[in-house]
Design a protein around this ligand. Sequence first.
Ligand code: GAL
Length: 686
Amino acid sequence: MTKFHRTYTTKANFMLHGGDYNPDQWLDRTDILADDIKLMKFAHTNTFSVGIFAWAALEPEEGVYNFEWLDKIFDDIYGIGGRVILATPSGARPAWMSQKYPEVLRVNTARVKQLHGARHNHCFTSPIYREKTQKINRLLAERYGQHPALLMWHISNEYGGECHCHLCQEAFRNWLKEKYPDLKSLNHAWWGPFWSHTVTDWSQIESPSPIGENTVNGLNLDWRRFVTDQTIDFFENEIIPIKEVTPEIPVSTNFMADTHELIPFQALDYSKFAKHLDVISWDAYPAWHNNWESTADLAMRVGFIDDLYRSLKQQPFILMESTPSLVNWHQVNKAKRPGMHLLSSMQMVAHGSDSIMYFQWRKSRGSAEKFHGAVVDHDNSLDNRVFQEVAKLGGILEKISDVVGTNRPSDVAILYDWESNWALNDASGFGLKTKRYPQTLQTHYRTFWEMDIPVDVITKDQDFTSYKLLIVPMLYLVSEETISRLKTYVASGGTLVMTYISGIVNEHDLTYLGGWHKDLQEIFGMIPVETDTLYPNDRNAVNFNGKSYELKDYATVIQLNAAKTEAHYVQDFYANTPAVTSNVFQKGKTYYIGARLEDDFHREFYSGLINELAIKPAASVKHGKGVSVQVRQSPECDYIFIMNFTEEDQTVVLESAVKDMVTGEQLSGDVVLEKYQVRIVEKEKC
Ligand code: GAL
């Protein structure tokens, strides 16, 4: 990673501000469409994602096209200086297609073919659907490829889900044939003899199903991998004409997160998908002001996902969707309180977004999303509180365009792995409800977030060498290759932290035999010999630096070899035995945290490492709990976002003079931030 470089992900050197625009719902209301264009200017918006669900409007009958309305939208948006992110429409298809070609319909895990309806429900394998999407995509590329408003491609929408039709079964078998040279190696990888599950002909293989095979971990894992690969393959098929006709226009598809707790999207391996995209974009819908966590806790989770998605390409990303106020699909759809829209949007920019985009520009009048927040409400009024907050944010984004393209160099990395998460969740063992891999990573991230230390959340095939500290919590599945890369990282001077339930199975989900992997034993100087899983209300403690820290869910019994004990257990049959260990290995050092410990332990433990490794926050701003300071850096300047994620005033202390990018004020010393206030300041490096 080159520090301090700029990467413009699109041709725009300004912050994109706008969002999903669905004029196809209003084609008989030219007055509304005219209002849209006027209101876009008042809202200080400049970029619109168009055509996402417009297939029925673009091709009302098979082979009969209607692009005129879209021509006008392109011209009108360009007429006010705006840009278009053009979507391919495969996220939802016209009814005529499902009726004429039923193979495009998805089949669920119970092998029930779905009826036409809703969206995001096509078969990813269907040759007909692939042909139809390519055809419409080519027409779109040919018609709009040269339009000066075209900024980026939005391929489909939120790819997800899976299909179990006979075409997909065949594709899965072919995928397996590519992966395994013969059935013998497949049976070995899937541990076939268990319960007589040995496969003697490829045709016996079926995707996992609640009414069929669902206990073979290797099959389940390969199916998840196949679903990712097949989704990417579908995407690659979609972009063939697009790359042919408009090679210079970047391509993205919008990634997701899993709400309620806000963790990365689980169903697809985005580390693989990222390699096929020019730009990462994602849709963020945190439940602000909820009744189960503090605003700061939620902000920390958002920061984690941002840092993961930013790190996928080590470049800025695009926030493709967010709501200016409320959503319609949470259990309770609460409005963002005044100030939260600006704060939550600026957090996105602080962590690497070069845009604030919304779902949706205008509220629809009918159907499922008519109560979802939008910039323009049913009142069509620019006096609307939400509209005003959007316009205010737009004005601020115009003032901070220097931030575009900058990144967040970091000395610390946390490793996130989709495959390991799948395998761990599929394992019948440990605590079925307490595995919580993504949430566990977020608890490790928390200390750094609280201390304003930037973190890259990286994936296993990324380069480790530039980081002073690499944290690998709960890496249940780890291949020999990754183990060897971790070993090289430590040997050449890196500091590696690993936790309980790591290094248990290989890439086939087969356990390592003979105790822990020999290389791990060597670099950690110890062997985890037993994992004790506790009931959710069981508690134990560890003693670290003379203080006691609460432990729950998991405790590893450790056999010490060369390692040193850093903390020991307080109770139970392993009382007084090592709970946390450290080991010097060649030029580097390792730490093993054997138990799930409370946040205060992480604060104490990581503060020690931060000091030892001379890791610094990216800006020196003193503040209390719930304030987050995040920095984007260019060669010339640091752009510092000081954000108050609490419901009270907070005084922060600026240790050097800076300029407020919005008001132009010079600031130094004590500055009071009101509830939810954010200040964006710049500090020149010279
Ligand atoms: C997204 C989707 C949008 C809209 C939005 C509502 O997941 O891409 O089309 O449905 O949710 O929050």
